[in-house]
Ligand binder design. Structure first.
Ligand SMILES: *Cc1c(COP(=O)(O)O)cnc(C)c1O
Length: 344
């Protein structure tokens, strides 16, 4: 049978109300890509779950198909979200698909170009807030309490339901849960979903390594961060809505939540790209955490099966590459100039 999207594939395992009316862009079914070279360095069997290959370029589509399907089923006309970028693009696409109005609030100047462009391309009304993601989230919570506008941030329980499916897919692909699952943590919806998904699927449980950026690490510090700062904009969040659940997932799984520097995130982004997987900076945080813990000897991956979740595509944030590398050389359009330049 041809693939018909997450809800048709796993709907029986998702707690969605009967009124749900499926809106799908055939999200999910993303590849679990073996990373033999990086794996050899760490002595483990390493895979990347490449969530950047979802329809709008991030894992947010898994939750969005569920949230928008539910909203459409109860006749919502408008959806709203606060976003660091990927939720905005995803909400915009699924709202467009359903014929709904989409409003997205983003922190001024803190959203990567590819994400903003996506939200606009799909026809969302994009509003910049003079404040942080956390400020934007407070505003959308308030307006959805006072009006019939549907909230599609990950405090919407159907987002969590939809996002569980990635854990199901990993178990189906490997035959069992991996030993370790490493992923970035921002607002902490995704780590909550994975843990719920693995527990429900009963194919074993991974230890979970959640990774925050050093400048936005409330779960490591144990208190909110008023002014979060990191070039990994998708996880630039100072007050995670599901922080408690993230800490529970880490503790129950015998894993942990750590912080890594932006420098280590960029290094991990380069290492992944060097093996053919280009993830946006936040998406490389899981790999950065695994590398840091392995180097410190605090996580022994040797002989283990490890899945690193790359949550969004590198094309979302082209500026970070352009900023950290020199512009390509310019040469005359001659054969001699070419052979001289590449010294061949
Ligand atoms: C949203 C997002 C995250 C963080 O996920 P949370 O559920 O907020 O923890 C990480 N990476 C990317 C690319 C994202 O879009």
């Amino acid at each position: 049978m041809t693939y018909q999207g997450l809800i048709r594939r796993y709907g029986r395992l998702l707690d969605l109300p009967a009124h749900t009316q499926i809106i799908s862009l055939l999200e999910g079914a993303t590849p679990l890509i073996p990373m033999p070279r990086l794996g050899r360095e760490l002595g483990c069997e390493l895979f990347v779950k490449f969530e950047g290959l979802n329809p709008t370029g991030s894992f947010k589509d898994r939750g969005m198909t569920a949230a928008v399907s539910e909203a459409v089923g109860r006749d919502a006309q408008t959806v709203i979200c606060a976003s660091t970028g990927n939720t905005a693009a995803s909400a915009a696409a699924y709202a467009a698909r359903a014929g709904l109005r989409a409003i997205v609030l983003i922190p001024e100047g803190k959203v990567a170009a590819g994400k903003l462009a996506g939200a606009i391309a799909y026809g969302a009304e994009v509003i910049q807030i003079q404040g942080s993601f956390d400020d934007a989230l407070s505003l959308v919570v308030e307006i959805t309490q006072k009006t019939p506008i549907a909230l599609v941030n990950s405090i919407n329980p159907y987002r969590i339901e939809g996002q569980k499916t990635s854990a199901f897919e990993i178990c189906d692909e490997l035959g069992a849960a991996p030993d370790w699952l490493c992923l970035p943590v921002g607002n902490a919806g995704n780590i909550t979903s994975y843990w719920a998904g693995f527990k429900q699927y009963q194919k074993g449980l991974p230890q979970i390594l959640g990774v925050q950026a050093q400048g936005a690490a409330p779960l490591v510090l144990g208190h909110p961060v008023e002014k979060p700062e990191t070039l990994a904009t998708a996880i630039c969040i100072g007050k995670p809505a599901r922080g408690e659940q993230a800490l529970d997932a880490a503790r129950e799984s015998d894993g942990r939540i750590i912080a890594v520097s932006d420098e280590k995130i960029l290094e991990a982004q380069r290492l992944l790209a060097a093996e053919g997987v280009w993830a946006e900076p936040a998406s490389a945080a899981g790999a950065a955490g695994l590398l840091a813990e392995s180097a410190a000897g605090t996580l022994d991956a040797r002989g283990k099966r490890v899945v690193v979740v790359c949550t969004g595509h590198g094309m979302k944030d082209p500026a970070v590459i352009a900023d950290s590398f020199q512009a390509p050389k310019v040469i005359s359009a001659s054969y001699e100039a070419l052979t001289e330049t590449i010294q061949y």
